[in-house]
Design a protein around this ligand. Structure first.
Ligand code: SF4
Ligand code: SF4
Length: 288
């Protein structure tokens, strides 16, 4: 199965046939996060490390737009500019929305994309659609609060920090509302789900069924990448065989992305090319 929205033909993540021809740039303008996932650590910014949450530097909106303009001028195959961290773009709404608004003015033909944990999505879905953000990825690692409680250390809702089932239930409710809202606004939605063996691997088909019912277009099951000093540092990545069976079962209810390269928050170029925005960015490093 694949999705058929016309713009998705140019998006390397939403269309497997596009990823060899079209590239993306991630602009790292979102520093902080309103959720703490048990597998995430954004403290390390090694330029040689390639995984979500990692960036060589943070950019201001002006620096990010400047870097995007340089990238598009040099790389004619860039079709998408997205904001994917290093924290959560919508937990940093001011720089994220300013960057997207400036990009929409400067590059009217470019596809705009964003990834989020979904906690603040209901608040910003309308604005994102109004800016022409046509593709949004929401990471949904659980659709039951008891499973979510084993994954999320805490959820911070406007300064009120919730943990356990309470935090997971709030995040789940916001994800459901946010995805439904985006779909009512004509936005193409992908759901990422991190597969954590022994925690949510047996729950993936429930996630697939739930997000398909909410209207999501595509699902990307991502194998856990154990990171030192996190709750799942000693948990093994799921085997290729387990990932295959998870995707096959989930694929019965929602199309599956199978070519994700788990990109950095400052990734640039074709998927898997290991390019970084820093290669063309003139901004000076700033502390995170
Ligand atoms: Fe890290 Fe994203 Fe989870 Fe925030 S939502 S803790 S940035 S993985
Ligand atoms: Fe696409 Fe996966 Fe990279 Fe996100 S992490 S830009 S979905 S390939």
């Amino acid at each position: 199965m694949s999705i058929h929205q016309p713009d998705s033909a140019r998006h390397p993540c939403f269309n497997p046939e596009a990823h060899r021809a079209f590239g993306r740039a991630h602009l790292p303008v979102a520093a902080s996060c309103n959720v703490q996932c048990g597998f995430c650590d954004r403290r390390y910014s090694c330029v040689n490390e390639s995984r979500p949450g990692v960036t060589a530097r943070l950019l201001t909106p002006d620096e990010a737009v400047d870097a995007a303009l340089r990238a598009v001028a040099r790389m004619l195959h860039l079709s998408v500019i997205g904001i994917a961290g290093p924290g959560d773009p919508l937990a940093n709404a001011a720089p994220t929305l300013k960057t997207l608004a400036e990009l929409r003015k400067a590059l009217p033909g470019i596809l705009l994309c964003l990834s989020t944990n979904g906690l603040a999505l209901p608040l910003h879905a309308q604005t994102l659609a109004g800016l022409g953000v046509g593709h949004v990825t929401v990471t949904v690692n659980a659709v039951r609060p008891d499973v979510g409680a084993a994954i999320y250390n805490w959820v911070d809702d406007g300064g009120k920090r919730l943990s356990g089932r309470q935090g997971a239930a709030l995040l789940l409710e916001r994800q459901k509302i946010g995805i439904r809202l985006l779909k009512s606004l004509g936005v193409t939605v992908k759901v990422n789900a991190v597969v954590i063996p022994g925690v949510n691997d047996a729950h993936m088909s429930d996630i697939a069924k739930a997000v398909a019912a909410w209207g999501a277009d595509l699902m990307n099951s991502i194998p856990l990448l154990p990171v030192a000093n996190t709750r799942f540092a000693l948990t093994s990545s799921p085997s290729a065989q387990l990932m295959h069976s998870i995707r096959a079962e989930a694929g019965e209810v929602i199309p599956q992305m199978r070519h994700c390269t788990r990109c950095r928050a400052d990734a640039l170029g074709l998927l898997g090319e290991d390019g970084q925005l820093d290669d063309i960015c003139g901004a000076q490093p700033r502390a995170q």
